[in-house]
Design a protein around this ligand. Structure first.
Ligand SMILES: CSC[C@H]1O[C@@H](n2cnc3c(O)ncnc32)[C@H](O)[C@@H]1O
Ligand SMILES: [Zn+2]
Length: 433
């Protein structure tokens, strides 16, 4: 075994999300270095599994670490700014302030978001913003798993400079931090990037062998703008441009035709549903149940904190579930299990990292969230999956573990100095707003 760090979680209820069994009590998870070595029932074989760190999971539920499939971490700085606007007007307000942010500002805001994510059980996030070199250094230090991309909005320069910077970012950071960082390219949206620029981005993604993260089919305004300019839907436009010749993470997918859904499923696009952001910006309700029935891979995201206003994946799962039931007037529209899958295993598939994360099983990276199931609002424990979706709160997360490392233990952060981050956020707020 050499110098490998080992971790044992025992007496714990386990929700593996492997599709084999839903959950079982009194289990154990044994971790060697950054990977899960063994998952079992009953007592661990003590002689084989004397671990450096032992967590008694009595009263806790182990789930695969939650996966936030679409966010803009520095936007926590803009929480509560420009409320009650539709997307296009809201974006104008965002862009006006974003133009004033320094890379240092974005770094501290991203750190604030990482605190919030770790405290609510997220172990992987997929981020699109500016200032990514500094943010990637933050991710390396903090220990989260992340898909990072420097977004591109075509300006007067045709986007070439931004594309070059994004390409350099991918070359510098892809597979960094023990392969926890994946670097991607990112045309912001079909209404901010021309087909010619998106084609260039796709070519560069082929050269770099990286995925692409974008916003697609988010609002009726977008559908109208793309139809007026190109005579197609946003999804069909992207199919024509060749975007889906790469693995694509498409945030939103609110407005989809039958043909769009066929393209998304046959091209294996990972769609990220952002229910709270879609509600706050009054964008509409994505056809999640239909997408899942069509075999489309769907994950969940919070979008930025300015359109949410939190980065809490428990809330996102609950909203996703209740919105489908309420909107379709059908209590079976989306089950609690399928909702949890979107926040874990499905999210990992949508991001293209299911070889690493999304389930609790031997061979996977040890990304695990331990949820305290002893509080009044989750008692009695009649159904673990049901409680995770309909009852559990972010504050119930006791441990957040990535690559076998405890980023939060008993609600204490181990890799971030919260006071230092809060101090910087207060200073930036005074300077900016
Ligand atoms: C190019 S960096 C990211 C860019 O995206 C903006 N943004 C945040 N939320 C949304 C959304 O829901 N749809 C489209 N664009 C969004 C953000 O303000 C940054 O400018
Ligand atoms: Zn977004």
């Amino acid at each position: 075994m050499g110098n490998m760090e080992t971790l044992l979680i025992k007496n714990v209820t386990i929700v593996p999300m492997t599709g084999v069994e839903t959950w079982f009590t009194n289990g154990y998870i044994y971790v060697e270095s950054d990977r899960i070595k063994d998952v079992g029932r009953g007592s661990p074989p003590d002689s084989r599994y004397s671990a450096d760190t032992v967590i008694d999971g009595d009263g806790m539920v182990a789930i695969p670490g939650l996966i936030n499939g679409h966010t803009h971490t520095p936007m926590s700085l803009l929480r509560g700014y420009a409320d009650d606007l539709p997307l296009m007007e809201w974006l104008e307000q965002m862009w006006a302030v974003e133009g004033q942010l320094s890379e240092e500002d974005m770094y501290w805001a991203s750190m604030l978001s990482m605190i919030e994510m770790i405290k609510s059980g997220t172990t992987t996030f997929s981020d699109m913003y500016y200032g990514m070199n500094r943010i990637a250094a933050g991710v390396e230090q903090v220990g989260l798993r992340a898909l990072l991309t420097q977004g591109i909005i075509e300006g007067n320069d045709g986007g070439d400079e931004q594309l070059d910077a994004s390409v350099s970012f991918v070359k510098n950071w892809d597979q960094a931090a023990n392969r926890r960082i994946h670097a991607l390219l990112s045309p912001h949206a079909p209404y901010t990037c021309s087909p010619a620029l998106i084609e260039k981005i796709v070519d560069r993604a082929h050269e770099l062998d990286c995925s692409i993260h974008t916003h697609l089919a988010e609002t009726r305004d977008e559908i109208r703008m793309v139809r007026d300019s190109h005579g197609t839907t946003p999804i069909a436009l992207m199919e024509n441009i060749g975007l889906f010749t790469r693995h694509v993470i498409a945030a939103h997918g609110v407005y989809l035709t039958d043909e769009d859904r066929h393209i998304l499923s046959s091209r294996n696009v990972g769609v990220i549903h952002n229910p709270k952001s879609n509600m706050k910006l009054a964008s509409g309700i994505a056809p999640v149940a239909t997408m899942l029935n069509d075999g489309i891979t769907v994950g969940l995201g919070t979008d930025g904190a300015a359109s949410n206003n939190s980065l809490d994946m428990f809330e996102e799962m609950r909203f996703a579930n209740l919105l489908q039931k309420g909107n379709l007037e059908n209590p079976t529209a989306l089950s609690a299990y399928d909702t949890l899958a979107m926040g874990t295993a499905g999210g990992a598939r949508a991001l293209g990292i299911d070889d690493q994360a999304g389930t609790i099983e031997p061979g996977k990276k040890a990304d695990i969230t331990l949820v305290d199931f002893t509080q009044a609002h989750v008692l009695p424990v009649n159904d673990v999956i049901s409680h995770l979706i309909y009852s559990a709160k972010a504050e119930d997360v006791a441990y957040t573990i990535v690559d076998g490392r405890l980023l939060m233990a008993n609600r204490e952060l181990t890799t971030i100095d919260e006071d230092e981050v809060f101090w910087h956020i207060a200073a930036i707020k005074d300077k900016l707003l």
